[in-house]
Design a protein around this ligand. Structure first.
Ligand code: 6GU
Length: 254
């Protein structure tokens, strides 16, 4: 797929996307990334891209004209059509379901704001979708764009190796948090590896991992548990986990 990023710091995105799975996806031509700087489309000697907000107040707002010209050049660079996605804390929170949708498209155009944001008329006229990566404030949309690029790149066919795919598949299929992982040494000053993982009993290991995933999700992200469809066996595992995690109750408590 092709991803165009409109940003005052296109090199930042290129750097972010150069490593690991995303870098490999680019090397394998599963992903082509293109940076576009609105400053290159700004008029005048100062190449101005922002101005003071109408109504007063602090901060600056990104102007319509440079962004519009930059977006026009971006679109014109390839006949393949894709949505313009504005990265902003006012957007819809990104989820894995949304990532799957975006990953199936042939092209994305990611628009990164800086300062207080982008003139709302540009958003109304040019933006198809607004996405946020969480309930906190970043100083620009670039990190949001990097997050979208990473999440979408790893879902391109052939981007992950077999082991990475298996991990991805298990998260995708059940929507639970992952179980804990351990490696050598089995015995260390920081603690022992749980005996079940060294037992060689594959059914018991699978059961333990499933129970840990259910238990952690219950402890840390009960909202995910509401969404997950649990089997009867899952419910029994979670019930046992809950019982073990409760403080022992006194004799004949009221
Ligand atoms: Cl995508 N951009 C900015 N500037 N802040 C954010 C965000 C995006 N997502 C959460 N906070």
């Amino acid at each position: 797929m092709r991803i165009d990023v409109v940003s005052l710091f296109p090199e930042f995105i290129a750097q972010c996307a150069g490593f690991g799975v995303v870098g490999r996806a680019q090397e394998r031509a599963l992903l082509s990334l293109h940076g576009w700087n609105p400053r290159d489309y700004a008029e005048g000697g100062y190449r101005r891209v922002d101005d003071r907000p109408f109504g007063g107040g602090p901060g600056m707002v990104m102007m319509i004209e440079p962004l519009q010209a930059c977006l026009a050049a971006t679109r014109a660079a390839d006949p393949v059509v894709g949505p313009v996605i504005y990265l902003t804390p006012q957007g819809t929170p990104l989820t894995q379901a949304k990532v799957r949708q975006l990953a199936a498209l042939p092209r994305l155009i990611l628009l990164c704001g800086r300062y207080e944001g982008v003139d709302e008329r540009l958003v109304a006229a040019e933006v198809d979708e607004e996405i946020s990566i969480g309930d906190y404030v970043l100083s620009g949309g670039e990190l949001g764009a990097a997050v979208v690029i990473d999440a979408v790149a790893r879902l391109q066919e052939g981007a992950l190796n077999d082991a990475e795919s298996a991990i991805q598949d298990s998260f995708e299929s059940d929507g639970l948090l992952d179980c804990p992982h351990y490696t050598h040494p089995a015995s260390h000053a920081l603690g022992e590896v749980p005996a079940v993982l060294r037992s060689g009993d594959h059914a018991a290991i699978a059961r333990w991992r499933r129970q840990q995933a259910l238990g952690r999700t219950w402890l840390r992200r009960p909202d995910l548990l509401d969404e997950a469809s649990l089997s009867k066996a899952d419910r029994a595992l979670l019930e046992a986990f809950r019982r073990d995690s409760l403080p022992p109750s006194g004799e004949g408590g009221a």
